[in-house]
Design a protein. Structure first.
Length: 157
């Protein structure tokens, strides 16, 4: 059975390794590990806005998801952004992302968030082709180093 829980500082090594793999697999980026470690630790220690969630099965961590927050003046509420989603290769298609997504969706609704958004880079064809487990606005961004273009899906819970 899959279990979703908030990440703890003790999960730092898993999250750093997962983010290194995520960047390499999806964007062919090699991240600077000390900088990444510092950034993840800031979130885990509550020094930066965000919250990591982990999905486990029988005590083994299978994947992660990061929530960051953006104030929406239009909604006068905070919008939750899903980022840094990674599921271990051997756990893919086993419901790990579905469990993470369902959990954070319930959490966002419970606190009255102004929405839940999933960021997908337009160069990540595999993520764009993956079916969403539940209704969600997906925002795809193209990030040429000099500009940002966004395609917004209609907001709905």
């Amino acid at each position: 059975m899959l279990h979703v829980r908030p990440a703890l500082p003790a999960d730092l090594d898993f999250i750093v390794a997962a983010n290194l793999s995520l960047a390499e697999e999806t964007e062919r980026l090699l991240l600077d590990e000390p900088t990444l470690r510092e950034g993840v630790l800031a979130i885990l220690e509550g020094l930066a806005p965000g919250r990591y969630w982990l999905v486990e099965q029988e005590g083994q961590v299978l994947g992660q998801l990061l929530i960051t927050f953006e104030w929406s003046d239009w909604r006068s509420r905070t919008v939750w952004w899903i980022q840094s989603v990674y599921v271990m290769r051997d756990a893919r298609k086993g419901g790990a992302f579905r469990a993470l997504y369902a959990h954070v969706r319930r959490e966002a609704q419970a606190v009255g968030a102004g929405g839940l958004r999933l960021y997908v880079d337009t160069t990540n064809a595999r993520a764009q082709a993956a079916p969403m487990p539940l209704p969600a606005p997906v925002i795809t961004l193209t990030l040429p180093r000099s500009s940002i273009r966004a395609t917004l899906a209609p907001f709905a819970w």
